[in-house]
Design a binder for this molecule. Structure first.
Ligand SMILES: NC(=O)c1ccc[n+]([C@@H]2O[C@H](COP(=O)([O-])OP(=O)(O)OC[C@H]3O[C@@H](n4cnc5c(N)ncnc54)[C@H](OP(=O)(O)O)[C@@H]3O)[C@@H](O)[C@H]2O)c1
Length: 268
């Protein structure tokens, strides 16, 4: 039986990855579901169990290192092993840097997106080495290309990109794969929940959402990348082209990034 730990499993991409893994593997998989909202986690666990999988809910705030350690401990205590860790918990943010008076939430965002992933990975690593397992890091296209209004979010996601790129090389000989996923705009509530300039939930998205990818497709692509032990999952043609264009025509990529932002959220 494969044991898969998913952070940010109470909603959005994480919850959908749990359901898809349960659907694909049934009783051959045990899912360890982590996030802060226990009630939502229980609902996702019920959906996975209805598909035949085992599920363990571990309420976890990834900004607290002890809770990340406890997550690994609970998984191993119950199932005896860990085959995959999906570092998916994350929060969004959108604000022009000059409009931010108090930078406290910049640090908080780094604790969620970067440190939460680092702490969970550090705790689970001995078990992942023992199983020659897989690590997944859900970064973002904003972890490859900056977007106006996203200094805080881009910093956390570029940091994830660099951390996991390096870790991939360090773990190559140990047989642990590291897959970094770079979703573009996916139809979840992440931007509505993200920090605004005052460090409060934004309540609205400041990106154009018309071409958003479905959460089902995004989850499927990440799982496929993990199963194939791919280095990276770059999801859209725009992201694939943008990444290489950045090397030869960075000005064009800046124009593309600005075009993704709603008019009322563009720099003045
Ligand atoms: N949606 C997109 O367009 C998009 C694009 C690129 C990258 N991503 C990345 O994809 C990942 C999932 O995003 P999503 O769109 O699925 O967002 P979402 O629907 O808002 O879900 C975010 C998940 O993270 C959890 N979370 C937030 N803060 C946490 C904390 N301190 N400790 C533990 N869990 C926490 C939330 O659960 P609780 O509130 O219950 O803790 C929730 O389960 C994130 O890393 C995000 O940056 C998303």
């Amino acid at each position: 039986m494969k044991v898969i730990v998913i952070t940010g499993a109470s909603d959005g991409i994480g919850a959908e990855m749990a359901r898809q893994l349960a659907h694909a593997h049934g009783s051959a998989v045990a899912l360890v579901l982590a996030a802060r909202n226990e009630q939502l986690l229980m609902e996702v666990a019920g959906q996975c169990e209805a598909l035949g999988a085992q599920a363990l809910v571990v309420p976890t705030d990834v900004t607290v290192q002890d809770q990340c350690i406890r997550l690994t401990d609970k998984a191993v205590e119950r199932f005896g092993r860990i085959d995959a860790l999906l570092n998916n918990a994350g929060r969004s943010a959108h604000a022009l840097f000059e409009e931010v008076a108090d930078l406290g939430w910049y640090e908080e965002l780094m604790r969620i997106n970067l440190w939460g992933s680092v702490w969970c990975t550090h705790a689970a690593l001995p078990h992942l080495k023992a199983s020659k397992g897989s690590i997944v890091a859900v970064s973002s296209i904003v972890g490859l290309v900056g977007v106006p209004g996203r200094t805080a979010y881009a910093a956390t996601k570029f940091a994830m990109t660099g951390f996991f790129e390096t870790l991939r090389m360090e773990l190559k000989r140990a047989g642990v794969s590291v897959t970094t996923a770079y979703p573009g705009v996916v139809a979840t509530r992440i931007r509505v929940r993200g920090f605004n300039a005052e460090g409060k939930p934004a309540g609205v998205s400041k990106l154009k959402e018309d071409d958003a990818m479905s959460v089902e497709e995004c989850a499927r692509l990440i799982i496929e990348g993990m199963n194939r032990r791919e280095r990276e999952v770059v999801m859209t043609l725009k992201a694939k082209v943008g990444r290489f264009l950045k090397l030869v025509a960075p000005g064009m990529v800046e124009d593309m990034a600005l075009a993704a932002v709603k008019d009322d959220a563009k720099p003045h």
